[in-house]
Write a protein that binds this ligand. Structure first.
Ligand code: V47
Ligand code: SF4
Length: 372
């Protein structure tokens, strides 16, 4: 057993309840919702770090995963009005953009033979676009780079495009898979608790729908990711409720690859007055996610949103994956106030970045097969 855990267990400042939780972690037993809430309310960063890092190193050693990817954000035009969103625009509003399929083709051509393995497609819910439109886009992408993995469309986008095409949910997902979709990103989850969801994003896909879509995706052979948007109006109990829904679904399907806590960023949206949580809170949240979500193989820190320094620190608080090279192809976070306005790292940069944190870089594909 690692020395830090022994020191932790022998520390007289740790109360009985925290000792019981630490014992559970060591014995690979699941912690309860009440215990997770207790960790949020009472556990300090050093205790959480020791436990989360223990799990991380037991599962992955020092390995830190990354991939070579880029984003396509086809449009920021969206029928919804989520209060935390800095990115949304209406048709003809200043700042609105929409790339045509030809524009997307040009972007993809610029990545041919560059070694990228994944394209992440995410955007607003455009009122005129259905699954056949995005199906054509994916077919064209794969004509250019046939073996690229398409991780595309949040459950919120999927719900709308499938409904608009007037097909059933499972049928729609199967069609999208046939068009080239390989997996689904974790966005749109926000906070599942109805009190918070109602306040933040009442109009879009409900919690039940988000979970139903991911369950159906897993059933038809599309793995997915899961997120939480934390650090705004939610309470610790809401975070635990959110993760419990994910843990339950993962028990049922096993289809989630990774959990990505997304820190709420405050610029240019209607929740700006709330401010942002501290870096300590970010690290505590990563650690508790790692401890609670025992059936998730990976915890990802999304560096364009979190910032590079905090991402390096997170690798000692349960995180084993930092997403990818990105190549300055996402605007969601820079518009919301992330420090890095042009997020990109070359493979060389990302390898150096991981090594600086004393971890071992491993290039992976989207499904966590190691490439290098
Ligand atoms: O659902 C929107 C979030 C998500 C803000 O699966 C914000 O690998 C912070 O899900 N502050 C979309 N977050 C992005 C997403 C994602 C990102 C990276 C990797 C993966 C993956 C998925 O972005 C939205 C929402 O939760 N978001 N506005 C904001 N102001
Ligand atoms: Fe639309 Fe997504 Fe922004 Fe909500 S978060 S307004 S669904 S683009």
């Amino acid at each position: 057993m690692n020395n830090n855990i022994n020191t932790l267990l022998n520390n007289s400042n740790i109360n009985d309840k925290l000792k019981i939780i630490a014992d559970k972690v060591i014995n690979e037993e699941r912690i309860s919702d009440d215990e997770a809430l207790y960790l949020y309310e009472k556990a300090d960063l050093s205790y959480l770090g020791v436990l989360a890092n223990y799990i991380r190193e037991k599962r992955h050693g020092n390995t830190t995963y990354y991939n070579r990817n880029f984003h396509i954000e086809p449009t920021n035009i969206c029928i919804y009005n989520c209060k935390f969103c800095s990115y949304v625009r209406k048709i003809n509003q200043e700042g609105a953009w929409e790339f045509s399929i030809d524009d997307v083709v040009e972007t993809v051509k610029s990545y041919k033979d560059k070694g990228v393995t994944e394209v992440h497609i995410v955007g607003g819910v455009h009122p005129h676009r259905d699954l056949y439109y995005y199906g054509e886009m994916m077919q064209k992408i794969k004509e250019i780079i046939p073996d690229i993995h398409i991780k595309g469309f949040t459950a919120v986008e999927l719900e709308f495009m499938i409904k608009k095409a007037k097909v059933g949910l499972e049928e729609g997902l199967i069609k999208l898979k046939e068009f080239g979709l390989d997996s689904i990103p974790g966005g749109g989850a926000e906070i599942f608790h109805p009190d918070v969801r109602k306040e933040l994003c009442d109009e879009k896909a409900s919690t039940e729908m988000w979970l139903e879509i991911h369950e159906a995706a897993h059933k038809v052979g599309l793995p997915s990711n899961a997120t939480i948007l934390y650090g705004h109006i939610e309470t610790y109990a809401h975070r635990v409720h959110h993760m419990s829904k994910l843990r339950d679904l993962q028990d049922k399907t096993g289809g989630f690859n990774t959990f990505i806590p997304l820190k709420y960023r405050k610029e240019n949206n209607s929740l700006s007055h709330i401010g942002e949580v501290t870096s300590i809170e970010d690290l505590r949240n990563f650690a508790i996610s790692r401890i609670y979500l025992d059936n998730f193989a990976h915890i990802k820190a999304y560096w364009p949103m979190l910032g590079k320094q905090l991402t390096q620190l997170s690798l000692s608080y349960g995180v084993d994956d930092i997403d990818g090279t990105i190549d300055d192809t996402t605007k969601i976070y820079s518009m919301a106030g992330a420090e890095d306005k042009n997020p990109k790292m070359s493979s060389k940069d990302i390898i150096e970045f991981i090594k600086q944190a004393n971890r071992v870089p491993a290039e992976r594909d989207t499904l966590y097969n190691i490439i290098n």
